[in-house]
Design a protein around this ligand. Structure first.
Ligand code: ADP
Length: 433
């Protein structure tokens, strides 16, 4: 028992003893005890009501004072109150510090509640997104940033990939949005200015496109002369003839690389406009015929099976380039007499084009990197087959432009399967007349 309670009990006991003695000597038959108890209860009720009134008033400064057990209750309450006040001040200081530091950030930070309404943002958000304080507080974020790509991104459940788009207030500023969910579907948005990166990326694309373009003409001239000299090489010594042959094959390789680099540049830079219905049957028949021509004399069995959607929404030349890269790779990397299947089919509402072979296969650790430019699983074999190392990069970019994806499965020594998946929006089941 605490000393406060001991003192209180002693006080009550003394009071009762005095009251009983008074009662005994005055012959009041217990009335004085009743009167003292009523007073005691009344006094306690009064203290309780003072405490309640103080709590209800919310005026933290004017805590009443008392004595006895109530004096201790009031003192204890004041102590707790001071402690919570100190905690509050500490928390407020931390919040102020966090707000000051986020306000000073170069990146924009925005807090959006579970209903998609804007709660708080920093100065950079004002600059990048044109938000106005305080009028925009509580407004739906999709009303303030009206770009359809932002709305689609914000409404989706998965934010694992960032969104890059032009700033709504200045189209020369490119912004990257990252959203993190916390609490009950509240969202924290980080917006980073990627204009410089975009410019560098554009410079890289322009540089590669320009270099490829500039190299094409002189290389065509050189290749032409080499071919002419090769045709009349009988008069030259044998050593020179060998050198000419090598120069001829290397210039053809360089031409192929430049052609593929230009194709990649076009895929990266040209706008996605006016997609057409690409009929699958004739396209794949042509590719199968070209693959057979490439395999000539090597005894491959090349089969084509087509069932499912008749057409895809997209660009014929690009799809031809992607599909033939896969088919020609199968021919290149399958030993003579091997089997190659070109398959077009429907799977769960989407369409897929797969090229299966029983060729050399690819080790697992190469697979994630195959679509990188100039990446080769087996550089010496690639050189033998005359590959540019850009074929699968082209496939990847073509699929990106058709909202498709490339899936690769392979077992070394057993063969590979390259599949292009196209989602339902790109699939056409009946040709428009
Ligand atoms: P390349 O012009 O060298 O063939 P690609 O980009 O088309 O370049 O292919 C990248 C690499 O992927 C190739 O160098 C090869 O190692 C591997 N590869 C592609 N297709 C196949 C296949 N069907 N079988 C085995 N390896 C393949």
């Amino acid at each position: 028992m605490t000393p406060v309670w001991r003192r209180e009990l002693r006080r009550i006991s003394l009071l009762l003893i005095i009251t009983f003695a008074l009662d005994y000597f005055t012959g009041l038959h217990g009335w004085s005890v009743v009167a003292v108890l009523v007073c005691y209860i009344g006094w306690n009720m009064l203290q309780l009501s003072r405490l309640y009134r103080w709590l209800a008033s919310g005026q933290i400064d004017s805590l009443p004072s008392s004595y006895g057990i109530w004096g201790s209750v009031f003192a204890e309450t004041r102590r707790l109150q001071n402690r919570s006040l100190k905690h509050q001040q500490k928390l407020q200081a931390i919040i102020n510090r966090i707000q000051d530091s986020t306000a000073a950030l170069q990146d924009a930070v925005l807090m959006v509640d579970s209903h998609g309404n804007l709660e708080w943002w920093n100065q950079a958000a004002q600059r990048f997104l044109g938000l106005k304080s305080p009028v925009d507080v509580g407004q739906p974020i999709t009303n303030l940033i009206r770009d359809p790509s932002f709305k689609a991104y914000f409404d989706q459940a998965d934010y694992s990939d960032p969104l890059t788009m032009a700033s709504p207030v200045n189209k020369h500023i490119h912004l990257q949005f990252n959203i993190t969910q916390f609490g009950r579907r509240d969202r924290l948005m980080l917006v980073h200015d990627v204009t410089r990166l975009k410019q560098l990326e554009q410079m890289r694309k322009d540089f590669v496109a320009n270099v490829s373009h500039e190299l094409r003409t002189p290389l065509t001239v050189l290749a032409g002369y080499i071919e002419t000299m090769d045709m009349n090489s009988d008069i030259l010594p044998e050593r020179w003839q060998r050198m000419l042959k090598q120069m001829g094959s290397q210039s053809l390789r360089m031409e192929a690389i430049i052609k593929d680099l230009l194709t990649l540049s076009r895929l990266e830079t040209s706008a996605k406009e006016h997609p057409a219905q690409v009929q699958i049957q004739p396209l794949l028949e042509q590719i199968a015929a070209d693959a057979r021509a490439l395999s000539q004399g090597r005894g491959h069995t090349i089969t084509l099976s087509t069932e499912g959607p008749v057409a895809l929404l997209g660009y014929t030349d690009e799809l031809r380039s992607a599909f033939s890269n896969l088919a020609f790779n199968a021919v290149k990397y399958t030993p003579d007499g091997g089997h190659i299947e070109l398959i077009w089919r429907e799977r769960e509402g989407r369409a897929e084009f797969c090229v299966k072979d029983d060729g050399v296969g690819i080790a697992d650790h190469h697979i994630p990197r195959l679509t990188e430019r100039f990446y080769r699983a087996d550089p010496s074999r690639s050189k033998e087959t005359g590959g540019t190392g850009l074929g699968l990069a082209i496939v990847k970019h073509v699929l990106l432009r058709h909202d498709g994806e490339l899936y690769i499965e392979s077992t070394p020594g057993k063969g590979s399967c390259f599949c292009c998946h196209f989602n339902a929006q790109s699939v056409i089941t009946e040709l428009a007349s």
